[in-house]
Every structure is written in C-alpha cells, then in structure tokens.
Design a protein around this ligand. Structure first.
Ligand code: MG
Ligand code: MG
Length: 269
C-alpha cells in the first residue's frame, strides 16, 4: 500500500533528506586517493549523529556500517573497509538517515582523482537519467513511466540497466511501496498521486546489465567486472509537480561544480 504524505510529513522528510545531502557534501570533501572507505564511513556516522540524526543503514537487515560504499565494479551495498581508494577509481556512496521518524536515502558516485573519459561519461549519463526519471513524477503518470524514461535514455547510450535492484517508496520506512524499477513500459504500474514520495535510483553499468550477488549477503558487482554508477534522489509530488527533497548542492559546493540541473525541481530555493 502506498502511503501518500501530507505537507507536514513532507516537511519532515525534507529535513531528513537535507541531512543526508549535507552528509554526502562532507563525504565529497574527504574522497581522495589513499583514503579508506572505513575512515569516511566513521566520519559520516559521527556527522549524522552530531546533526541530530541516526544512520539508517547501520544495523538495517544486519548491515554493519553507516554508508554503503561501492567502488568500480560494485553496483551497490558495498561494505566499507581498510582498502585505500586509488586514483582513477569511482566510488558510489549511498547514505541513509532517520530523523523525526522519517528516512532520507541519497546516493552519489564520486570520481577519485582522474578517471577515464569513458567512465566520466557513464557518471554523467546516469545522473542525467535520474532527472529524466524524476521529471515523470506527475499526477496521473505511472511508475512504469519513470522506469521507461530512465531505461530508454541509458540504453540509447549502450549501457546496461540493472534489473534486480530497484528504487522505492520512502517515508517512515526506508523501503515502502511502490517498487520503482529503472526499466519498464509506459503507462503501466501504480498511478502517481499528490504526496507520493519516492527514492529514484538508477544503477547503470558500463557493460552488461547482469550482476552477481556475493556470499557476504551484501556486495553486488557487475558480472563483467566493468564499472557501475549509482545516483539517488528523494523526490515527491508537491502541488502537482516533481519536487526534490534531497540535493547535490553540498556535494557541488565541496567539489567546486556549477550546476543548474536541480532548478526545475526545487522544493525550496
Ligand atoms: Mg540509497
Ligand atoms: Mg534507496
């Protein structure tokens, strides 16, 4: 059952989503060659606590850390470790926060040092597909419209769209109805309505769409070991329009990136 949110609930969700956004901004300034993912995980844990939130991933289904950190061929759910990041790596960072009873869930794939042009393009197209998906969040559209838009765009660039992992409804629970696949057919699936809140999260592979689930119960990698990108925003239909609850503003401030990509979807200026 889909829980449509009231304006008051969306206001609280916005605060949770903003805290994950600020956490990813802090992470952005720490990611560089030589740093271990476990060190960044610890910093994120403390940052979330210091700002009045709880790390929502820690202990979720037994997950051991506050961040999912998935380098290179890891798609999602990577467990932070002592391994130092290397120049040319990419690292997908997924962060969850619980605050005021509501969850924020937000991800960004960072470049470590200088990455290849081919991988840069994968990141660019994956992030663009996220906004193309969010643009479909209009009253009367359906869940399949979101997936169709993301899939069509990414496959037109020759990328593999992961099918076994999907986006989701978001609210008091991290995973609520409906599931939001990054593929689909237009005009199919649940109808989108005012107050629906979704975590939309394309997971896009440079090569094959096929993935492998590892024995640690978490790590997911591409079958062909080529890189995978993951970007995730929290968005809701508010006053009949798609509105972002999360933002990459803090990531971009940390990295010195200029962008107006969020402009059409701003909930608050
Ligand atoms: Mg996430
Ligand atoms: Mg999610």
């Amino acid at each position: 059952m889909i829980h449509l949110k009231t304006k008051e609930e969306l206001e609280l969700m916005y605060l949770s989503a903003q805290l994950v956004s600020k956490t990813l901004g802090m992470v952005a300034s720490e990611i560089k060659p030589g740093v271990s993912t476990i060190k960044i995980d610890k910093m994120a844990h403390d940052f979330i606590k210091d700002h009045g939130g709880e790390p929502a991933f820690l202990g979720y289904g037994g997950f051991p850390n506050s961040l999912c950190m998935s380098p290179n061929e890891q798609v999602v759910h990577g467990i932070p470790n002592e391994e130092p990041l290397k120049d040319g790596d990419i690292i997908s960072v997924d962060c969850g926060v619980l605050m005021n009873g509501f969850v924020g869930d937000h991800a960004y794939t960072f470049e470590v040092g200088e990455v290849s042009a081919e991988v840069k393009e994968l990141l660019k197209i994956t992030k663009e597909s996220l906004y193309i998906g969010i643009a479909q969040m209009l009253p009367g559209n359906r869940v399949g419209d979101i997936g169709h838009a993301i899939q069509t765009y990414c496959e037109s660039h020759g990328y593999g769209v992961v099918k076994e992992l999907v986006g989701h409804g978001l609210g008091r629970e991290m995973h609520e109805d409906p599931q939001v696949p990054n593929y689909g057919r237009r005009g199919t699936g649940k109808v989108l309505k005012e107050g629906i809140a979704l975590a939309i999260e394309p997971m896009i592979n440079l090569g094959t769409d096929k993935v492998r689930f590892h024995n640690d119960g978490w790590t997911v990698t591409t079958r062909d070991k080529q890189p995978s990108a993951h970007f995730e925003h929290d968005a809701a239909i508010i006053d009949g329009k798609p509105r972002l609850l999360s933002t990459y503003r803090y990531v971009y401030e940390a990295l010195g990136i200029q962008s107006d990509e969020e402009e059409p979807f701003l909930y608050k200026k």
